[in-house]
Write a protein of this length. Structure first.
Length: 354
């Protein structure tokens, strides 16, 4: 096609070839009434011949319709500030797309309270307009119930941080949790001898239904299944305050004074680090998760040896943008987008950014 012909291709060229007005072509493009079937067929044939694709973004802006997105993640608390990082990613994406008639309603729930999660899902489902949802599904059964309704209402939803298998989510942005735990185990295997004892600690209110923790533990255990798994000691702590962690640590180290390394499956590794620093236990290696200020502080002090990080800010940012691009441009999205599993230590932490 010559340059001048390219310039003609569009609504004007379709109208010229069909010998109709631009308004008539516009009615066909927007499925409005007032056009005979014969004329409509003629226009559609020309659209197909020219491979015409309307500017979806311009059409949405012209319609003045607002896209309503909802995000539901755990609230930022004094106990864990991990979720302040994904929130930054949501805000980053929001700042980029808000000019295109996109409104993001940010909702939060208590990680220690299933009911708070359910109440917030009800807020979303009762909203007048919901075009898409970004969700961090900490509670599996409740998340499944919520997304079942989303599926029935044809509301696209994206998971971040933790995936739930066999869901019709648009995408998942986060780590491969199994291989995150497997990677941690591989690192541990480098650090300790074949006969040295390892303590795996899960610290969360609802460990038994926390998919994020369970899959990492599964990967960790799988790695050691063909090795000397008898040296792995596991403890679940359902209270997440420091006094409870301290009490457990006192008991465990009294019963097993030969523990060489402690692996904590989430960002609460700082609670264990606080105890080790307090008791000056410099002979125990410590590995945990997440690039948070308090964890970095213990990393720099040499109490935490390694942090495993999975770019939570990028997870949320990409999740919001995936919803936006799907709804705005009808772009097909990858079902799973796995974040890199980064191993951070005292020497390289200054160069790391989420």
């Amino acid at each position: 096609m010559k340059k001048n012909e390219k310039e003609l291709v569009g609504v004007k060229e379709i109208a010229r070839r069909a010998n109709v007005s631009i308004a008539t072509v516009d009615r066909v493009l927007h499925n409005r009434t007032g056009v005979s079937e014969k004329t409509k067929q003629k226009i559609n044939d020309i659209i197909k011949e020219l491979d015409y694709k309307p500017n979806i973004l311009a059409r949405r802006l012209a319609s003045s319709k607002t896209m309503h997105l909802y995000t539901l993640i755990p609230e930022v608390s004094e106990e864990t500030d991990y979720w302040s990082v994904p929130l930054q990613g949501i805000i980053q994406a929001e700042n980029e797309i808000m000019l295109y008639n996109v409104k993001i309603e940010k909702l939060f729930y208590d990680m220690n309270d299933k009911d708070s999660f359910v109440k917030q899902t009800e807020v979303i489902l009762q909203a007048e307009s919901v075009d898409g949802v970004l969700l961090a599904p900490a509670f599996i059964e409740e998340a499944i119930s919520f997304t079942d309704v989303c599926q029935k209402r044809k509301i696209p939803f994206v998971f971040i941080n933790s995936n739930i298998p066999n869901r019709k989510n648009l995408s998942y942005f986060g780590p491969d949790l199994f291989y995150s735990g497997y990677t941690a185990a591989h690192l541990v295997d480098y650090l300790v001898g074949e006969s040295e004892r390892i303590l795996l600690m899960n610290i969360a209110k609802d460990i038994d239904s926390d998919y994020h923790i369970l899959k990492k533990e599964e990967g960790f255990s799988e790695y050691f299944a063909t090795r000397n798994s008898n040296r792995i000691l596991k403890r679940n702590l359902y209270e997440t305050d420091y006094p409870s962690v301290k009490k457990m640590m006192v008991g465990v180290l009294k019963d097993y004074p030969d523990i060489k390394l402690i692996f904590v499956t989430n960002s609460r590794v700082s609670l264990v680090a606080k105890y080790l620093l307090e008791k000056k236990k410099q002979d125990i290696l410590l590995i945990g998760y997440d690039f948070l200020d308090r964890n970095i502080d213990f990393l720099n002090k040499g109490v935490i040896d390694f942090l495993i990080c999975e770019k939570p800010q990028e997870q949320a940012y990409r999740g919001v943008k995936a919803l936006y691009r799907y709804l705005m441009f009808e772009e097909k999205q990858e079902k799973e987008y796995f974040m890199p599993i980064d191993i951070i230590h005292r020497e390289n932490q200054r160069f790391y950014r989420n």
